[in-house]
Design a protein around this ligand. Sequence first.
Ligand SMILES: O=P(O)(O)OC[C@H]1O[C@](O)(CO)[C@@H](O)[C@@H]1O
Length: 551
Amino acid sequence: MNAESRTRLNQTPEWTALAEHRDQLGDVELRELFAADPGRGTGYTLEVGDLHVDYSKHLVTDETLRLLRELAAATDVFGLRDAMLRGEKINTTEDRAVLHTALRAPRDAVIEVDGENVVPAVHAVLDRMAGFAERIRSGEWTGHTGRRIKNIVNVGIGGSDLGPAMAYEVLRSYTDRDLVVRFVSNVDGADLHEAVRDLDAAETLFVIASKTFTTIETITNATSARDWLLTELKAGPEAVAKHFVALSTNAGKVSDFGIDTANMFEFWDWVGGRYSYDSAIGLSLMIAIGPDRFREMLDGFRIVDEHFRTAPAESNVPLLLGLLGIWYGNFHDAQSHAVLPYSHYLSKFTAYLQQLDMESNGKYVGRDGQEVEWQTGPVVWGTPGTNGQHAYYQLIHQGTKLIPADFIGFAEPVADLGERFRAQHDLLMANFFAQTQALAFGKTPDEVRAEGVAEDLVPHKTFKGNHPTTTILAKELTPSVLGQLIALYEHKVFVQGAVWNIDSFDQWGVELGKVLAKRVEPALTEGAEVPGLDASTQALVAKYRELRGRK
Ligand SMILES: O=P(O)(O)OC[C@H]1O[C@](O)(CO)[C@@H](O)[C@@H]1O
């Protein structure tokens, strides 16, 4: 079935069967499901690479899973996967191939776009990045005044920021602690100001990351960074070459900006921004952790790519996670999905997933150009779990909304934590296990009463449970495990987009705001008339100008 000829998803027999099955299951309780199957706790688990994935605490039976796989088969998820991996232009609205998997392909792989094998170019750029990263790390590359580079400031936004910024935090314990690495994304000048205020320009390298090299926020920040650098160094434009490198697909714009294309690390239009941090966009990360660790991370991505490509539907983890999301979003009206890591190092992980998932699957128009009649991507949210426990877990436990959640944890604390701090790890993980237990099984009124609680407080202290969670457990948070986790979520998002029949690789929904901002700016600065400006925005602009003392 191709996108055009495909029957409307919600009219397929597979969809109807799932809807009927949902009605039959009714409000089935996780307590019942576990009582009926003593092997569920070990049986409903899968392994992929170093990840142990437990999906026993989901509101599903074998029959649910079978019906979900039927839906995946009917919507040809694996067919689209194979087309993606072959380099076909499955991003139809932009007429582009979708080949982030080529970024971690082995040197001898052959993956063609328009008849050309892209793998040699991928490795050529990785090798150049490695050479450059080593020159910075060793001190061989010096700034304009001959001083060693000690500070890296990555300037980018969206996919050109969230991935490297997240991964830098995740792999902090693998970084060269003598290097200061910062990420500037917001067009609010405060972001750049705070990033550079205590830096010595003579020791600072700006990494300008932008796929298009036209993104207004990044170009504005890059221009201000250049001004700051030249002022601080009291130097002319010749200083730029030693302090600015670019990561981009657009050599022309890089050169227009004044960066020598010899200092540009290239990637390609078949890499989506939110799928790009394992491309040249990862340069700041590679400088921080070193090329060997970066390659270990790519190996981790590849493990899950291979699994997604070859594992049968019954044991294919990205397929399973994608389908579970569909089960809740489309058949239980869940609106959001929480990702709750029990690792301080994963503090930016969910923010990264927000772009990956919501920019990919936040769409109401299908690949056939028609409005979909089913829910698509969920609101993805979450922060490290223990902090969340003291903030919003109340709502997950006793609120009125169904919020499926992923819990991600590790058996070992990171190696360089030291004995004193390592000792806290068991307590962290005790919380990790306790929360999924409490969410799944709750506490009945009788159990509350048995504790001698006064009758009027019993309803308040009761936990209905039945809140579904996936537990992802790995031994240790290594570069490879990070790659595995990211590839897992990339392919999960792919699965959902394939079933929903949407193009997960375009992002037209971000365009309107960009155009309007350009139009409104002269109204703020010069009081220019903006034709067609609505009454509300017009009044707000007038108020803004008044507050800024502009006539
Ligand atoms: O890397 P660029 O071209 O600066 O784009 C940054 C981000 O902007 C977006 O296009 C959204 O506005 C993202 O998809 C992308 O990751």
